[in-house]
Design a protein around this ligand. Structure first.
Ligand code: ASP
Length: 320
């Protein structure tokens, strides 16, 4: 079986690069997902996941994460957990439970504490500066408080054909306390079935949940569509439906992988990026063009783009 890993955004590249070494050796896809997402969670400059993630409107970092096993269909998920180092590991542990496998807020904190997961203050000084800047922008310039959010979502298949999915996010910047998006919600932020394939989403959770978009893509793949066709069809249809019924659609971006190791992506925004590694592809970052004539297109990120990204995420946060 051809092992493959696909993830939302450029931020996943270091994680999937590292985890791909395990997949190459024949390790379990679920462990590769956990390893890769932990690396994203631990890196302080990724401001929408884990340590350094952007806070809610009360300046508290509330994190959501989920894990799904494509063989057993076991799911573990947490919403609004505070001050634990690796939400993905807590979600993966929860997936071993028969009951109570989706915990939120204080319940999630208590579980993580009881299971001995590491506590860390997840609010960095840099995230606090982002918060202060956004407060000013919102008041002075009338900018949307909710712009600036991303989720790391991944699907992997290992040499034994086992598939797994994982997500981790700080959700919408400036969200209300207690707000949970699509990322920990099965069928919306992620879904995987080793007999078919999997998908994971990033974008405006409130809209992604209206289409159960990840499950919809897996359903289309079950009907025989290639992941690229399934992703394009599902994104196009949800985007159009939201515009028709509500006048507008939020950001919708998707990665999908089937159980043959074939993958696809779709997006209704400019600027979506994703990361892929497989038995026959070195770790690669791609830049997407938004869906046009029913098709999403993408190009390999150039060296210049990658360097500019690196610079941008570490640049000082200035107030004007
Ligand atoms: N989908 C996430 C949420 O709504 C955010 C994102 O992926 O950009 O919480």
């Amino acid at each position: 079986m051809k092992w493959t890993m696909i993830a939302t955004w450029r931020m996943a590249i270091e994680g999937i690069t590292e985890a791909s070494k395990d997949l190459e050796k024949g390790c379990f896809s679920g462990n590769a997902i956990e390893k890769a997402i932990k690396m994203v969670e631990d890196f302080p400059y990724y401001k929408s996941v884990g340590y350094g993630g952007l806070p809610n409107e009360k300046c508290q970092v509330e994190l959501d994460a989920a894990y799904m096993d494509g063989d057993t269909l076991s799911i573990g998920a947490i919403g609004g957990i505070t001050d634990f180092k690796n939400p993905i590991s807590i979600a993966k542990k929860l997936s071993e439970e028969r009951f109570n496998c989706f915990l939120v807020g204080l319940g999630a904190n208590e579980y993580a504490q009881k299971e001995g997961f590491e506590r860390v203050n997840m609010l960095t000084d840099r995230a606090k500066r982002h918060y202060q800047k956004r407060i000013r922008e919102t008041i002075d310039k009338g900018l949307s408080p909710y712009a600036g959010h991303d989720t790391v979502g991944m699907i992997a298949i290992d040499k034994n054909g086992k598939m797994a999915a994982g997500t981790s996010t700080s959700g919408l910047f400036m969200k209300k306390k207690g707000r949970v998006g699509d990322s920990p919600v099965s069928g919306s932020g992620f879904y995987v079935d080793s007999e078919i394939g999997g998908a994971s989403a990033t974008g405006l959770g409130e809209d992604l949940m209206k289409g159960c978009i990840s499950y919809e893509i897996v359903r289309l793949m079950k009907e025989g569509l290639h992941p690229q066709q399934a992703a394009d069809k599902a994104v196009l249809e949800l985007n159009e439906k939201l515009i028709k019924r509500r006048g507008k659609s939020g950001d919708i971006s998707i990665v999908a992988l089937n159980n043959k190791g074939e993958w696809g992506v779709a997006t209704n925004i400019e600027g979506f990026t994703f990361s892929v590694v497989s038995e026959d592809e070195h770790p690669t970052v791609y830049l997407c063009n938004k869906i046009n004539n029913g098709q999403t297109t993408y190009d390999v990120a150039t060296k210049e783009w990658l360097e500019a990204y690196e610079k941008r995420i570490k640049s000082p946060i200035t107030f004007d």
